[in-house]
Design a protein around this ligand. Structure first.
Ligand code: NAP
Length: 524
């Protein structure tokens, strides 16, 4: 039970005002919980983080201070875009705001409810000062050191480049004003989002600082603004927080580069086999294949390989754990990174599958396809001979299409369940069931779809042009490897020890102790 709530109940108050007070306490407590829930983090992490924050400062997390509607004055240094936007939002949330500026003349852009004073005067009016000024101008704070002693300084600054300075801006601020309690916050929220209210995608505010009480004061403001604070620990985390807004799709880099590389390879591979080879040997110009046929060959190949690459690291991790006989030893860095971007790999694979479906839909209206069908009919008419229905072909074609449709349906289902709004609403077991069991089923269906596509021509020597196998045969290598290894891992003689290892059992605890020692030593 929250501290404020329990003390309230023990106080024995029961009149109407007190009941209103109780309702506001409960609402406030609920707000704390729901705000963690809306972070998009896994439930376990949310609970851990909210628990951690509760542990960090039991006093400041208490509900008592919020029972009063009167909010303490907040000072903002700098009347630029960010300072003004934050000022507006704070006034809306009920905070008295005072700006510290080089010029005390107010302008129409500054909220009229706010005072504009000199830096020194404004600082004296508040316990919290938000420094909405670029790092390169922080020097002006040095003469104010005495006035700022004991105050909470909130560093909101960002840089232009990742790791632009040796120390974070927040640490630099702490060095400049040694008596102040510096907290890093708000840097991932944009002035535009604050002003326009378009904060749905960026409600998270990363907070870090060495002083727990100061951090809690900032966290309370973040809550009051309707945002979600995420405690990142001490001021040492500031550099990482400052780098967040500068990162360009960090988790997408590997999947995108990999798909670009594979696309280029399969494009030239198909060009050689399907365009250059017929031109050299049969003097046929199939260069128009570049528009639809070749892309429609590359897309399913990429979709299948990337889907298999989503499951390959899991299989490798299982082999490594079985070999080491413990889970308490770090995977190699490349495997860790690979595991972290599996969702992105899967989504890129889904995008390729989707484009493949679109390309497939236009096949009947292609001029080449219509010409091929009509010339077959004409040749039958000229020869006065109707070709009988080839039952095997009909079976292969229908099974190929059916497997493709089912595979794509499950693929889409996997994509939908990886959306945060959906994955947050399923429990861990349900999520694992969809992503692992249905994921493998999707891989099986898509692999079978490709195999059946090869059909009777799979081992036909004429399909090897310049000794090059058809591109779809290459696409089967990774998925077949993953499926075969997975089948082997399912055998009880391997599955049982693997399960035990994953539950914490160790074949050789000494080995793990040594490795942990090495990890800890390197961390120090
Ligand atoms: P800005 O529009 O350029 O405003 C900066 C303010 O700093 C100026 O209006 C000025 O205020 C003050 N200033 C400028 N030179 C100064 C000097 N030599 N000495 C003292 N004060 C000086 O910049 P901003 O966009 O508001 O950004 C302010 C901070 O917020 C930056 O650190 C930025 O990284 C961070 N931030 C911005 C955004 C955003 O969306 N804009 C988002 C997150 C974080 P006075 O004229 O009132 O003195």
């Amino acid at each position: 039970m929250p501290t404020g709530l329990s003390s309230f109940l023990h106080s024995g108050l029961g009149n109407r005002t007190s009941l209103q007070l109780l309702r506001s306490l409960l609402l406030h407590h609920k707000q704390h919980l729901t705000s963690w829930e809306s972070t998009g983090l896994p439930r376990e992490t949310q609970l851990r983080l909210s628990g951690r924050m509760n542990k960090i400062s039991p006093n400041t997390m208490a509900l008592a201070p919020n029972t009063s509607n009167k909010k303490q004055t907040v000072c903002i240094f700098g009347t630029g875009d960010f300072g003004r936007a934050l000022g507006h939002k704070m006034i809306q949330a009920g905070y008295p705001v005072v700006f510290g500026s080089r010029s005390t003349q107010t302008s129409s852009l500054i909220p009229k409810e706010a005072e504009v004073l000199s830096h020194a005067e404004a600082a004296q009016k508040a316990a919290i000062i938000i420094i909405a000024i670029q790092r390169q101008h922080y020097n002006f704070l040095t003469p104010l050191t005495e006035i700022l002693r004991g105050k909470v300084l909130v560093d909101v600054s960002n840089n232009l480049k990742i790791n632009q300075y040796p120390e974070s801006n927040a640490e630099y601020l702490a060095q400049l004003v040694p008596g102040a309690k510096v907290v890093k916050a708000f840097n991932t929220v944009s002035a535009w989002a604050l002003q326009s209210g378009a904060l749905d995608a960026s409600r998270q505010v990363f907070v870090c600082g060495d002083d727990m009480e100061a951090k809690q004061m900032v966290t309370d403001i973040v809550h009051a603004l309707g945002l979600t604070p995420l405690d990142q620990g001490s001021l040492l985390a500031a550099q990482e927080i400052e780098n967040y807004p500068l990162q360009l799709f960090p988790m997408w880099k590997f999947p995108i580069l990999l798909s670009l590389g594979l696309t280029t390879f399969f494009f030239f591979y198909s060009l050689i086999r399907d365009v250059i080879y017929p031109y050299v040997y049969e003097k046929k110009d199939f260069s128009f294949f570049i528009a639809i046929s070749i892309p429609n060959r590359i897309c399913p190949i990429l979709a299948l390989i990337l889907l298999a690459l989503v499951y390959l690291p899991g299989v490798l991790a299982a082999i490594i754990q079985l070999y080491r006989g413990t889970k308490y030893h770090r995977f190699p860095d490349w495997l860790d990174k690979w595991m972290l971007c599996r969702k992105q790999l899967g989504l890129v694979a889904l995008a390729f599958a989707f484009v493949h479906v679109l390309y497939t839909l236009v096949i009947p209206i292609r001029s080449f396809v219509r010409w091929k069908i009509s010339s077959q009919i004409v040749s039958q008419v000229l020869n006065n001979k109707t070709q009988p229905l080839d039952n095997t072909n009909a079976w292969l074609s229908d099974s190929y299409l059916a497997l493709g449709i089912l595979g794509f349906f499950l693929f889409v289902l996997l994509g939908i369940t990886s959306l945060p709004s959906v994955s947050n609403n399923v429990n861990w077991r349900e999520f694992r069931f969809v992503q692992s069991k249905l994921g493998y089923l999707t891989l099986i269906l898509c692999t079978a779809h490709t195999m059946v596509y090869g059909g009777k021509w799979f081992l036909n020597p004429s399909s090897y042009r310049w000794y090059l196998p058809h591109a779809y045969m290459l696409s089967l290598i990774v998925p077949c490897t993953v499926l075969v290894v997975k089948c082997v891992l399912i055998f009880p003689c391997l599955d049982k020890p693997l399960r035990k290892i994953r539950q914490g059992w160790e074949r050789n605890p000494q080995y793990s102790e040594q490795s942990n020692y090495i990890i800890n030593k390197s961390a120090v």
